[in-house]
Design a protein around this ligand. Structure first.
Ligand SMILES: Cc1cc2nc3c(=O)[nH]c(=O)nc-3n(C[C@H](O)[C@H](O)[C@H](O)COP(=O)(O)OP(=O)(O)OC[C@H]3O[C@@H](n4cnc5c(N)ncnc54)[C@H](O)[C@@H]3O)c2cc1C
Length: 187
C-alpha cells in the first residue's frame, strides 16, 4: 500500500479505489442480511457516496516506527523479553504495551500486558481480594498465558530488588532461597 501513497490524498486515486473495494467486500455479507437484494455494485456506490476524504500513512517509511509494530529479532524473546517485563522500583513500576508482550503487533498484546501488570501489582501488595475480584470479571478473560504464575511471582520479587543486585537475586531464587528473604535482602 505504501507505494500507492503520493503525499497528496487527491492524487491517491488508485489507493482510494482499493479502499472502497475492500470496504465493500468487508461489509457486503452483513449488508445482505439487511437487504437481500444488495449487490457489490450497489453497496460500492453507497460507500463511495459517503466518502469524504482519506489520510494514508506509510509506517514502513516512518523514521522511528520502521513498520507498524515492535518485533523481536532472533533470540530476543529469551534474552530481552524477560528483562522488559520485569517490574522495577520496588515492583511498583510495570512496563506495558504491545511491544512488551508475547503478541507483538496486536491489540491483544497491549491488553494482555496491562492485565499482567495489574495482576503483578496486586500480588506485590498481597491484595488477594482484589486479585480474586479481577479473576471474576468475565470480559477480561483468563490471565494472559504468556507468563506462568511461578515466573510472574519471581519477577515481582526481582522487581523489589535494586537492579544492580538482580542477577545475584535471580540465582538465589533459582537456588531455592526464600522469596521474601531475597526481596528484603535486596533493597
Ligand atoms: C497501521 C497499523 C495497523 C494495525 N492493525 C491492527 C489490527 O488490525 N489488529 C490489531 O490487533 N492490531 C493492529 N495494530 C497494532 C495495534 O494498533 C497496536 O498493537 C496497539 O495499538 C498497541 O497499543 P499500545 O497501548 O501498546 O500502544 P499505542 O497504542 O501505541 O499507545 C502508546 C501511546 O503512548 C503515547 N506516548 C508515546 N510517548 C509518550 C510520552 N513520552 N509521553 C506520553 N505519551 C506518550 C503515544 O502517543 C500513544 O498514544 C496495527 C497498528 C498499526 C500501526
Amino acid at each position: 500500500m505504501g507505494s500507492l501513497i503520493k503525499g497528496d490524498w487527491k492524487k491517491e486515486t488508485e489507493l482510494r479505489q482499493m479502499l472502497l473495494n475492500n470496504l465493500t467486500w468487508l461489509h457486503l455479507e452483513n449488508a445482505k442480511v439487511f437487504d437481500k437484494d444488495m449487490t457489490f455494485d450497489k453497496l460500492h456506490q453507497e460507500i463511495e457516496q459517503s466518502y469524504i476524504k482519506h489520510h494514508a500513512f506509510d509506517w514502513h517509511n516512518h523514521e522511528y516506527s520502521s513498520g507498524a509494530y515492535g518485533k523481536f529479532g532472533p533470540g530476543q524473546f529469551s534474552n530481552l523479553y524477560s528483562a522488559l517485563i520485569c517490574p522495577t522500583a520496588d515492583s511498583r513500576f510495570h512496563f506495558v504495551g504491545e511491544a512488551v508482550s508475547a503478541h507483538h503487533g496486536w491489540i491483544v498484546g497491549a491488553l494482555d500486558s496491562a492485565h499482567r501488570a495489574v495482576i503483578n501489582f496486586l500480588r506485590r501488595f498481597n491484595l488477594k481480594d482484589a486479585e480474586d475480584r479481577l479473576a471474576k470479571i468475565d470480559w477480561l478473560g483468563n490471565p494472559p498465558d504468556e507468563l506462568d504464575k511461578e515466573t510472574a511471582v519471581k519477577q515481582v520479587i526481582l522487581g523489589q530488588v535494586l537492579p544492580k543486585r538482580r542477577m545475584e537475586a535471580r540465582v538465589d531464587i533459582e537456588n531455592g532461597k526464600n522469596a521474601d528473604a531475597v526481596a528484603d535482602g535486596g533493597k
